[in-house]
Design a protein around this ligand. Structure first.
Ligand code: 4AD
Ligand code: MG
Length: 430
């Protein structure tokens, strides 16, 4: 017989089926052995009846431990007591591999699960998250490609940084110092002169100093860059991207969201309602009404973002942060020169910053001044400054942390669960 996935077998509802997968649960009595089998599609209860099968099958099943791999055939029928509503009565069973005692069982510490991440990936929680993550990656590609964006890749090994210097990972590149990229942006700014509208999804690296629930040291960064774009159009693009990802997950992953206990009523407003757009100045006014006095010029901290977002069920674009605390490439807003033409998208439900974006400064002297203020040598940025010399155009882009988005969609407490093998200041193994 041809094998089918567990979900296909369930959809068939009755008759002969053949499935293969791993033993998820086992329970044995004198007359019956119940094996719940798992594959990537679902789980299903199977039953082996002592008086209905060969002694060889019964004896084989009697020794089986969880996570053993099996192939089996039998008859499927509805059974309300079974975990997914169906049960297969087994007629033949092939044990492909007898598993050793599986180290993960109930109530294990976070540390233990992290050490055994390669095995913990098989949990229904991680399977659900990884499926949603796959939907999100697909949705990002689909969104940008449908809008006519080209996928463009930049190097991971780079000569100098773009974001905060202290988060650069230094590497030993033969006899020279090199770094791991924090963003594709500076290279993307060269490539728009060739391809115009471009995007990528790639790892970015940040030597974050401490463990938090929303920082990884290696994360997947969805970035976009385009010429002839203004700040409002850039926000439209970001809003469309998030809405598209949410829409696709709601279409494809209802079961996974249910398994994670995620209330989809929290996700629906993000698809249906327009996002908030507000300036940094107005956020300070709002916080001041709520009793939080922030001196103008200071960046918003997590507690302040959370206080501001408390009542909101959709994210907010906060625009025009103070120029002096922004990355060197963010230009002054001619209408409000103390501020930069930039935005952060802040998520609801204490999710914090999801996207950071801006228009890019075209003024070489301003760029050099900002670089020097950061202690950088403008000579190292020659390739970048050159882009402003030969047919410079207004342009902008943004970056979205994909794990931040997955954490939000899945309603996770910690970003570590939004990626299979998380890298944090405290851990880079397994
Ligand atoms: O705000 P950031 O630093 O912006 C940039 O890197 C720009 N060059 C992007 C661009 O315009 N092309 O990072 C962008 C996003 C953040 O909003 C956040 O979602 C995510 O990257 N991010 C992290 N995600 C996980 N772990 C970290 N340590 C992150 N640091 C930033
Ligand atoms: Mg940022």
């Amino acid at each position: 017989m041809k094998f089918q996935s567990i979900q296909e077998a369930i959809n068939k509802k009755s008759g002969k089926v053949a499935i293969r997968g791993w033993v998820y649960r086992e329970r044995k009595s004198n007359q019956f052995i119940f094996l719940v089998i798992r594959d990537s599609s679902n789980i299903i209860q199977t039953v082996i009846k002592k008086d209905k099968v060969d002694k060889k099958i019964w004896d084989g099943a009697d020794k089986i431990l969880i996570e053993s791999s099996v192939e089996l055939e039998g008859t499927i029928k509805e059974d309300k007591r079974a975990p997914t509503g169906y049960e297969i009565e087994v007629s033949s069973l092939n044990i492909v591999h007898y598993a050793e005692p599986f180290p993960i069982n109930k109530d294990q510490s976070v540390e233990f699960l992290a050490d055994n991440r390669h095995l913990w990936l098989r949990s229904r929680k991680m399977i659900s998250i990884m499926k949603i993550r796959s939907t999100v990656f697909g949705a990002i590609h689909e969104y940008f490609r449908d809008l006519g964006y080209y996928e463009f890749q930049s190097p991971i090994i780079i000569p100098g940084g773009a974001e905060e210097g202290p988060t650069l990972f230094e590497i030993n590149y033969y006899k020279e110092k090199a770094y791991l990229c924090q963003t594709w942006q500076l290279y993307a700014e060269s490539a728009i002169f060739a391809l115009e509208k471009i995007y990528c999804i790639a790892p970015s690296f940040r030597a974050e100093k401490s463990n938090t629930s929303r920082h990884l040291t290696e994360y997947w960064h969805a970035e976009v860059e385009a010429p002839w774009i203004n700040l409002n159009e850039l926000m439209d693009l970001g809003e469309g991207l998030i809405k598209h990802c949410f829409k696709r997950v709601l279409e494809k992953n209802k079961e996974e969201l249910k398994l994670l206990g995620r209330d989809i009523k929290k996700l629906e407003p993000v698809v249906k309602k327009p996002f908030i757009r507000i300036s940094y100045d107005d956020v300070l006014k709002d916080l001041s009404k709520k009793g939080m006095k922030i001196p103008w010029g200071k960046d918003l901290r997590t507690t302040e973002e959370e206080e501001f977002m408390k009542e909101n069920d959709v994210p907010a674009f906060v625009t025009n942060y103070p120029k002096d605390i922004m990355a060197f490439y963010k230009p002054r807003d001619p209408k409000n020169p103390k501020t930069a033409l930039c935005f952060d998208l802040i998520g609801p439900e204490k999710m914090g910053e999801i996207i950071g974006g801006s228009i890019r400064d075209e003024n070489i002297e301003e760029l050099k001044k900002s670089l020097k203020a950061l202690g950088e040598d403008p000579e190292n940025y020659k390739y970048y400054l050159d882009t402003r010399k030969y047919g410079s155009v207004p342009h902008g882009g943004f970056g979205m942390g994909v794990e931040r988005l997955v954490k939000w969609i899945c309603g996770l407490d910690n970003i570590k669960d939004a990626i299979a093998f998380p890298r944090t200041p405290a851990r880079f193994k397994p």
